[in-house]
Design a protein around this ligand. Structure first.
Ligand code: HEM
Length: 127
């Protein structure tokens, strides 16, 4: 396993933790405290996006890979997960309903994990 995939996994693992920390705090109307995990999460988005795009780029470089299409779908689904996390937190902050974003979030997350762990070849889970 190389540094990029490892950083990608640490990036989204940390992202989910920070997302829930901010979520709980916004839910308790502790908007000020929630800003801290929310801001760190926004930096973490950059790590997720950068490593994600580097991983995706490898599939374009290795022309003829039988997984290019799956990797593109994985990338789009991952992107949607990031957008949903940010939208849910902003809605929570404004005390508006985030229901639609939650639905999209779960669908995209399941798709992302299925493709990332289940179908695409790299990673730490046994194939
Ligand atoms: C929160 C969002 C994201 C999550 C939860 C996520 C999750 C994952 C997981 C679970 C893996 C597989 C790791 C493994 O098998 O050990 C992976 C790999 C990958 N991810 Fe993401 N990811 C996210 C965002 C992104 C984004 C934004 C992109 C692209 C723009 C992207 C592109 C990729 C690519 C190309 C791979 C390589 C798969 C392989 O070669 O096996 N990911 N990601």
């Amino acid at each position: 396993m190389d540094a990029i995939i490892l950083t990608h996994i640490i990036g989204w693992g940390l992202g989910i933790v920070l997302f829930f920390a901010a979520l709980v705090l916004y839910n308790e109307k502790k908007s000020k405290q929630a800003t801290i995990p929310h801001m760190i999460l926004r930096l973490d988005y950059l790590v997720i996006l950068y490593t994600g795009f580097v991983l995706l780029w490898r599939y374009f470089d290795a022309s003829g890979s039988s997984f290019t299409v799956q990797a593109i779908i994985k990338g789009i689904a991952g992107l949607i997960v990031v957008v949903c996390m940010e939208m849910i937190l902003v809605k929570m902050k404004k005390e508006k309903s985030a229901k639609a974003w939650w639905i999209i979030f779960f669908i995209a997350l399941v798709l992302t994990l299925l493709l990332g762990f289940g179908i695409l070849p790299m990673g730490f889970l046994p194939a």
